[in-house]
Ligand binder design. Structure first.
Ligand code: MN
Length: 411
């Protein structure tokens, strides 16, 4: 079958690459992986009928239509290879570090099987770094004794082309589209700036040893008309953005919305910031947004930043820590969870990952102060309660009153 060559070359007891064989998912995806094997190269993979057609591209893709890049046709890879980012052990086939350089969907022009057999594929790419129309053309001349695995990959001169750009797209985007990490960071090479060792941790009351949760459903707030009073309540600003649960497991970062949608690929700077936390395993809860010059957070600005490809403007405000290095913290009191979170974030200050701070008690005073800021409201939470998935009265939101209309205004 199609993956026999792929499996024959690998020892799956040694390499972390997937063995393949799970059911095909609908949709035709593509991925370009950057692979520091014995020589640095890029691998283009196009999903077709449950496998990934694959080419090794020594010089990588170019947005310049004048550049024709050699693409060596290699064995089909299993679909799960799309997400593979990590280290293939030395001495194994393709040993070295690999990152996901681009991913998205591909759309063949005409019958792809016919083109594949004939040796000329024309297709559109809808990725994060590669877009528009492309050609893959087999070039060998049998009579000249050329290798039938030799193809050329080139950009069609369309709106997505950048004539004269050479290798610019490769230089401008050296890192992973999934996590923002470079090959060096994945390989665990020492970083340019040495980091202080993480501070020793206090034991957290209510934490208990547990397996890393595969999924966590978020705790949701109910609405209230007035801020609750008393010192058992803490109060945070209500952030206008998208709720996001972040998980880190041995360097593998996942950012998921409250519906479980995977946004890791859209939020590379946030994923990179989470990856730099001094943790082995963790789950964080928070909101991703864009901070406006006036200090406001804005869902609209977040949507604009994503649509216009400016992920560097994003900020993830973390307000809860649910799991840390083998301990489930959901049974701990919120104040203890936030204290540990604050210590973690202070150990690695980063613009894309910040603490959503709070005040304790004095809810009415906080509300009156906060609502003078350009915000929609506040979130009040019981500081003494565990984290509970779903909607509960332990968290309440209080909207700021709409600003009064001045008499005589409008008309
Ligand atoms: Mn490769």
């Amino acid at each position: 079958m199609a993956l026999d060559d792929y499996r024959r070359k690998r020892n799956f007891a040694v390499t972390p690459e997937p063995a393949g064989g799970s059911a095909a998912v609908p949709g035709a995806s593509f991925v370009v992986q950057k692979h520091a094997a014995s020589r640095l190269h890029y691998d283009l993979r196009l999903e077709m009928d449950g496998v990934l057609w694959s080419w090794a591209v020594p010089k990588g893709p170019s947005l310049d239509p004048a550049e024709k890049r050699l693409a060596v046709h290699v064995e089909d890879h299993p679909l799960e290879y799309r997400d593979f980012e990590g280290i293939i052990p030395k001495g194994e086939y393709g040993g070295g570090t690999m990152l996901v350089w681009d991913r998205g969907t591909w759309h063949p022009v005409g019958d792809p099987w016919k083109g594949y057999r004939k040796g000329h594929l024309e297709f559109e790419l809808d990725g994060e770094r590669l877009r528009g129309r492309w050609h893959l053309v087999r070039t060998f001349d049998r009579r000249a004794g050329e290798d039938p695995k030799t193809w050329l990959w080139m950009k069609v001169d369309d709106e997505a082309a950048v004539p004269g750009s050479g290798d610019a797209v490769l230089r401008e985007h050296p890192g992973s589209v999934l996590t923002g990490r470079t090959l060096e960071e994945i390989a665990g090479a020492p970083k340019a700036a040495p980091q202080a060792p993480p501070p020793p941790r206090e034991p957290i009351p209510g934490a208990r040893p547990a397996h890393f949760p595969a999924r966590i459903a978020p705790q949701l707030a109910t609405t209230a008309v007035a801020p609750p009073d008393g010192d058992t309540w803490i109060h945070e600003l209500r952030l206008d953005g998208v709720r996001l649960l972040a998980s880190a497991r041995d360097g593998e970062i996942r950012l998921r919305t409250r519906d479980g949608e995977d946004w890791t690929g859209h939020l590379a700077p946030v994923a990179a910031a989470v990856a730099r936390l001094p943790v082995q395993t963790a789950w964080l809860d928070g909101v991703v947004t864009v901070l406006q010059p006036n200090g406001a957070t804005s869902l609209q600005a977040l949507q604009d930043a994503l649509a216009e490809g400016r992920p560097q403007d994003l900020v993830y405000f973390a307000f809860d820590l649910l799991y840390l290095d083998g301990d489930d913290l959901r049974g701990a009191a919120l104040l203890h969870r936030k204290q540990t979170l604050a210590t973690l974030l202070r150990a690695r200050p980063q613009p894309a990952l910040r603490l959503s701070d709070h005040v304790q008690g004095a809810g009415v005073a906080f509300y009156n102060q906060a609502c003078r800021l350009p915000i929609r409201g506040i979130v009040s939470k019981r500081g003494d309660l565990p984290y509970r998935s779903g909607r509960s009265r332990g968290w309440v939101t209080v909207e700021c009153a709409p600003s009064p209309v001045e008499p005589g205004e409008g008309g």
